[in-house]
Design a protein around this ligand. Structure first.
Ligand SMILES: [Fe+2]
Ligand SMILES: [Fe+2]
Length: 159
């Protein structure tokens, strides 16, 4: 992004970038665990749950890309070191149940992760309005949050 594009962000841009890097790491963590859950549960559980896990994983990967794009526009980079993703993330793990047949446990773990994401994005949106006053990032985060809300609802409806 050009000079003027960066200047529209008020307040401390570095802090905004840091928050976006954390959210980016969260999305990769969610993508990984949801994909893992769909594979582990494959053949053991209903196609409805597998489909939901795969759909959500796909969305989280898209969110990671959208966040990465914005981080780069702001003149920074997403986490380069893969091992550092879990150190950067707000939520480094989706706590899947030990028993792969525990469907409720899987669904509940995903619901908990989605609620964490909704919290993170809700706080970010408030700060984007009050502190950073950055309409471009606001628009991106608002769109992502809307999908997290839909994710929570979809998984709640499975229970
Ligand atoms: Fe996401
Ligand atoms: Fe999600």
């Amino acid at each position: 992004m050009g000079k003027k594009g960066r200047e529209v962000v008020e307040g401390e841009v570095d802090l905004l970038i840091k928050e976006l890097q954390k959210a980016h790491a969260d999305e990769w963590v969610a993508f990984y665990y949801y994909t893992l859950a769909s594979e582990v549960a494959e053949g053991r559980t209903s196609p409805m749950i597998i489909d939901a896990l795969k759909d959500l994983a796909k969305d989280e990967l898209e969110h990671a890309s959208e966040l990465a794009e914005r981080i780069i526009e702001l003149g920074a980079e997403p986490t380069r070191n893969f091992a550092q993703l879990t150190e950067t993330a707000n939520y480094p793990e989706v706590k899947l149940p030990k028993d792969p047949k525990d469907l409720n446990g899987i669904v509940n773990a995903v619901i908990e992760a989605e609620r964490g994401a909704i919290d993170v994005y809700n706080n970010l949106l408030k700060k984007l309005m009050r502190e950073w006053r950055d309409p471009v990032t606001f628009h991106i985060i608002r769109h992502i949050m809307q999908e997290e809300v839909a994710h929570e609802e979809r998984m709640e409806n499975i229970l």
